[in-house]
Design a protein around this ligand. Sequence first.
Ligand code: KIV
Ligand code: ZN
Length: 505
Amino acid sequence: MRRIAIFDTTLRDGEQSPGASMNLEEKLEVARQLARLGVDVIEAGFPIASPGDFEAVRLIAERIEGPAIAGLCRALPADIDRAGEALRPGKRTRIHTFIATSDIHLEHKLRRTREQVLEMAVAGVQRARNFTDDIEFSAEDASRSDPDYLARVVEAVIDAGATVVNIPDTVGFAVPHEFSALIRRLREQVPNIGRAVISVHCHNDLGLAVANSMAAVLAGAGQVECTVNGLGERAGNAALEEVVMALNTRRDCFQATTGINTREIYRSSRLLTDVTGIAVQPNKAVVGSNAFAHEAGIHQHGVLQERTTYEIMNARDVGIAESRLVLGKHSGRHAFEQRLRELGYELSREDLDRAFARFKELADKKKEIFDADLESIVTDEVYSGPEEYVLDYMTVVAGLEGYPTATIKIRHGQSDLVDAGLGVGTIDAVYKTIDKIVQVPHDLVEYSVQSVTGGTDALAEVTVKIGAGSRIYTGRGASLDVVEASAKAYMQAINKLVYYQTQRT
Ligand code: KIV
Ligand code: ZN
C-alpha cells in the first residue's frame, strides 16, 4: 500500500472562495481541527498577500503541531523571504513557491519567455532553501502547459532542491484520462523524478477535480491537494472528504492509504460551514445532510435488513453520529463535559463554563437536547472571536397592525448605547436599530436561517454576511428565538468587520 499525503489548502485556496474569508482566531481553530483530522500539510496562507495572511501563517506555524505548515509564495525573492519569515517559528515547515508554465500565462500575465520563467523557477527554489529543506514547487496552469517544457521545468527545480513538484489543473480544464497521462509522462520523461514526490492540485470548474485527482493517484501521484467541503477559487478545489473516502472505500482499486482520521471529517466540514457561512448542498457526497439518508421505501427496507445493501460507507466512519437524545435539564456539568468530549470537543475551562451556562439556559426552555444542539451551542459560544460591541438588551414589538419596533442597548467599552427603530419586519427593525447605534458602514449581503433539529422549540441558526470594501464578514448566531439568533449573528459579523479594520490601522 502506498501512503498518499494529504495537503490541505482550505486556509489558502479555500479562503480565496468568495465570502470565505476568516479572521485570525477562526484560522487557528480551523488549523487545530485540520491537525486533529490528521492532514500531512496545512497550507496556512500566502504571507506576502496581506499582514493578516502573514500573521496567520506565523501563528499557525508557532502553535500547531503535527502537520507540516506551508506558506505560499510566487517565485520572487521578496515573496519567498516573506514566507520564510512567517514560517520561522515553526518546527516542520514547507515553502511552496510557484510560477506559471503555460504559454497563455507566460504571454499575457508574466510577459516572460520560457527560458526566463525556467530561470525564475530554479532561482526561487534555491532561495527557498535558505529557510527549509522541505520545498514544494508548483507549475501553475500545468495542465495547459506544453508537456515537454513542463518536464524541463520539473527536472530543473528538482535539481535545484524541490522535494515536491505540484502539477496543478489551475483552471479545472483537464479530464481524467488526459491528466493521468500527463502524470505518467512526467514520471517517464523526467530523469530525476524519483527524488521528489509528485503532487496534484485540481480545480472543479467542470466538476472533475476529485476524478482528476484520483486518476493522478492511479498514475503515481503521491500527494493530493484539497480543501474541506471543496472550498476554493471559483468552483472550488478537490474536496478532501471525497478524496479521502474514495481512497478508503476503494482501497482495492487505489492500493493506497492516508493518515486521515476519517471520524473527524464531519466535524471539520461543520466547522468550515460555521466559520465561513458557506453551507454544503444537501446531496453533497460524504458530508451533505442527505449523504446517508434513504428516502425510497425499498432502500429503507434494504438498509434495515443489511446496511451494506445501499450504503458503501458507514456514517460513523466519517464522524456522523446519530443525533440522539443526550441530556436534559437535570444533567450535570460532568455529563455535559463527557458528552462534549465524546463529540470531539476539548474545551478550555472558560469556554466550558460559558458553554455549560448556555446549556442550562437552553435545557430550562427545551425538553430534549440533541447532539446537534450541543454542537450549535459550542460553536456559538466558543468560536465567536473578539467583541468590540456587545448586545446587552433587546425588546421587539410586533403585531398585525402598525410597524415592528426594536429597542436595543449595546455596550461599547464603558458606554451604553441605546436607540429604537422601526422596520418592515422584526428582523429589519433590529438590524436598522443596530446600524443606527454602531454606525459602521457595510451592506447586508446574505441572511439565512436554519433549524438545528425538528419542532417549534428547535434552535434556530442564523448566518449573516455583510460586505465592506472588497471583503465579506460572516456572523452566526444560535438561539431558540429566531430574532435573537438574527441579532447575535449580525453583531458577530459587525464585530468581525470592526476587528479586521482595527487590525489594519
Ligand atoms: O490553482 C493553482 O494553480 C494554485 C497554485 C498556486 C498551486 O493554487
Ligand atoms: Zn489553486
